[in-house]
Write a protein that binds this ligand. Structure first.
Ligand code: FE
Ligand code: FE
Ligand code: FE
Length: 179
């Protein structure tokens, strides 16, 4: 690979190109995750985050156009892996609350990856004196954090408990020993 990232400006561009590709992958994955979800609240959270994600892509496009550079050319390998894990979660589970609990875990991995990426990119933008870009990236970072918290709330307020009663009802692989 050519060593053409030499300056912090180059690095900043790489970071936001990676985020752009990650967000595009997420817009394809979220409708599938919404479709796989059983709980109404979880499905709504995925659908609303899809809308938010479209706005996040617009913010990135705004940054690229202000810098006068192209947005493409970078693949986010990590997001490919995270999306694949989400798909595996769906194929390993039947429809129901155990799957929902797994989908939340997969989605939170995505949000945490994005939080790391946007936190980094926001800080680089500040360093480079790009205050407007820093504000746009901070807005998205806040949305990713809120989404992560919302998923925790959905898990802890109902999905996990319902998944537990679903598990007791069907007698999963933990039943037997000692009961
Ligand atoms: Fe995002
Ligand atoms: Fe990446
Ligand atoms: Fe997100």
């Amino acid at each position: 690979m050519a060593k053409d990232v030499k300056t912090m400006e180059d690095l900043f561009l790489e970071e936001i190109r990676d985020l752009m590709d990650a967000e595009k992958q997420i817009t394809k994955a979220l409708p599938k995750m919404a479709k796989a979800a059983t709980s109404e609240e979880l499905r709504e959270a995925f659908e609303e985050h899809l809308e938010q994600t479209r706005g996040q892509i617009e913010r990135l496009e705004q940054i690229f156009s202000e810098m006068g550079v192209k947005s493409g050319g970078q693949k986010c390998a990590a997001m490919e892996g995270l999306v694949k894990e989400g798909e595996e979660m769906v194929s390993m589970t039947e429809e129901g609350l155990v799957r929902d609990a797994g989908l939340i875990g997969a989605a939170q991995r995505v949000e945490h990856y994005e939080m790391a990426g946007y936190g980094c990119a926001r800080t680089f933008a500040q360093l480079l004196g790009r205050a407007e870009a820093a504000d746009l990236l901070q807005e998205t970072l806040d949305e990713e954090k809120e989404t992560d918290e919302r998923l925790t709330e959905i898990a802890e307020s109902m999905v996990n408990q319902q998944a537990m009663s679903e598990s007791r009802g069907t007698g999963g692989r933990t039943s037997g020993a000692g009961d």
